[in-house]
Write a protein that binds this ligand. Structure first.
Ligand code: HEM
Length: 457
């Protein structure tokens, strides 16, 4: 019988100075992580300057071990980030233990497929309206264009927001927050302050402005007696009860709504931008997608699904997820002690040749008739913290991709690939996916009336 040899030493670390690793990581994050894996193997220590070294894992066995370890032994490290301070102490993304489970139980019913499906026509409508603003010959940054769609989608589905002035106020503050969180030196300052439990002055002002709108919207919702029949998520969260029969407080609602808003729109927009960045540089995949959309069975549904899976595999927008060990854990044959942080490296996990041959080739066909691997395709993380918005994001991507690639001909102002760069905690295309619009077809007649699900008003 084979035995697993446990060694007491920690996983290997690079002999390069931490300052050099940090510079490489900040400039070319994915290349830097791949180089470390080539040099050190699947399980290694990742040491950035000024940060305690973390254990990096990406082998499916280790991914499984982390995702299935007892919840209480694996708190998230997100709480000590500027994002954590913006989201608030009751955010599901920040909480650990029983409170985290409570919030997940209250929120997850709103994300069920049957609740989301009726919103499809609204996403189509928002996408077509955005496309109608473009002109042939124009160069656009798809990341921004997609963000406009995903933001309005969240306002409608999560907030059920009708008031145009409030929508504009929230849009303005979120755009400012996102810019600040993704602008190199200022975001580094924010990170340093966050480690001390504080938000920088301008961030604090933006947080207050955002809270004003969110609390006004909560108060408006509370004033309605028909919440049970409404389909926006805020109404659903207000009527949700936990096992003891208690409802969410205004503070909890605020923290969850802000979480869904901030983590729900940019991630999806960036994935859609990556989709265009990859598809336009992979002509056979683009041609096949267009062909399937025009002539495929069920409007090319299977190929659209495969394309979404491949975008999320090849360009996962969240590259790393961190946990702090509360109990020792065996990873890659090493016994990792309690107190150590561990990062699941989504980028490396999704690009393993033993799981997906030719891992750096963008090839949606690999997912035709084949479901993604549970621990080898992890753009949404896994286990008890798996992304609550995964079905939401996938549905939104399917709708936007359908509308975009059946109506718009695009070309590349610069054919060289856009490399992945770090924008706060996400990996985005270096230039935001720049494209030139060549031609736009007429907006199709909606198959179903483009309206919100019943009683959302
Ligand atoms: C393509 C788009 C998206 C990607 C790649 C993505 C990725 C992720 C990942 C990797 C995690 C796990 C974090 C961890 O384990 O620490 C996560 C958590 C989460 N995501 Fe997403 N996400 C996306 C879209 C969305 C959307 C649209 C929403 C909601 C509207 C959302 C809401 C959440 C929430 C609430 C959590 C926290 C879950 C928990 O801690 O229990 N995400 N997401």
């Amino acid at each position: 019988m084979g035995t697993i040899r446990l060694v007491s030493t920690m996983p290997p670390r690079s002999h390069l100075p931490a300052a050099l690793i940090t510079t490489r990581f900040l400039v070319r994050p994915t290349t830097a992580m791949q180089a470390l894996q080539r040099e050190l193997g699947d399980t290694f220590m990742f040491n950035l300057a000024g940060v305690s070294p973390t254990v990096m894992v990406s082998h499916p066995d280790d991914v499984k071990t982390v995702f299935t370890a007892p919840h209480e032994d694996m708190p998230t490290v997100s709480s000590s980030s500027s994002l954590g301070l913006l989201l608030g102490p009751d955010s599901v993304l920040i909480l650990n233990g029983p409170k985290h489970l409570r919030e997940r139980r209250l929120i997850s019913p709103s994300f069920r497929g049957e609740r989301l499906r009726p919103w499809g026509p609204l996403i189509d409508d928002l996408t077509h309206s955005q496309i109608d603003r473009w002109q042939p010959g124009q160069e656009i940054t798809l990341q921004e264009e997609m963000q406009a769609i995903t933001f309005d989608t969240i306002l409608a589905i999560v907030f059920g927001m009708k008031d145009a002035a409030r929508q504009d106020a929230l849009r303005e503050v979120v755009v400012d927050l996102t810019k600040r969180a993704t602008s190199g030196p200022r975001s580094m300052l924010d990170l340093v302050l966050a480690a001390r439990g504080r938000l920088a002055g301008p961030m604090e002002r933006l947080r207050k402005a955002m809270d004003e709108v969110v609390y006004a919207e909560i108060a408006d919702h509370r004033g309605h007696s028909d919440l049970e029949s409404r389909s926006d998520m805020m109404s659903m969260l207000m009527v949700a009860r936990d096992e003891d029969g208690s409802a969410m407080t205004d503070q909890e609602l605020r923290d969850e709504l802000v979480t869904l808003l901030l983590v729900g729109h940019e991630t999806t927009a960036t994935s859609l931008a990556w989709g265009a960045e990859r598809l336009l540089r992979t002509p056979d995949a683009l041609q096949r997608l267009k062909h399937e959309l025009a002539e495929g069975e069920d409007g090319g549904a299977a190929y659209v699904d495969a394309t979404v899976n491949e975008i999320l595999r090849d360009r996962p927008v969240v590259p790393l997820i961190g946990r702090e060990l509360r109990a020792p854990l065996t990873l890659g044959g090493y016994e990792i002690p309690a107190g150590q942080t561990v990062n699941v490296n989504i980028w490396l996990a999704n690009h393993r040749a033993d799981t997906y041959p030719e891992p750096f080739r963008f090839h949606p066909d690999r997912f035709l008739g084949k479901r993604p691997e549970t621990y080898g395709w992890i753009p949404f993380g896994g286990g008890i913290r798996r992304c609550l918005g995964a079905s939401f994001a996938e549905m939104e991507m399917r709708h936007v991709i359908r509308a975009l690639y059946s109506r718009v001909e695009m070309s590349l102002p610069d054919p060289s690939p856009e490399r992945p760069v770090l924008r706060a905690v996400t990996l985005a295309p270096q230039h935001g996916a720049r494209v030139r619009i060549e031609a736009i077809k007429e907006r199709p007649e909606p198959v179903v009336e483009a309206a919100e699900p019943a009683a959302a008003a």
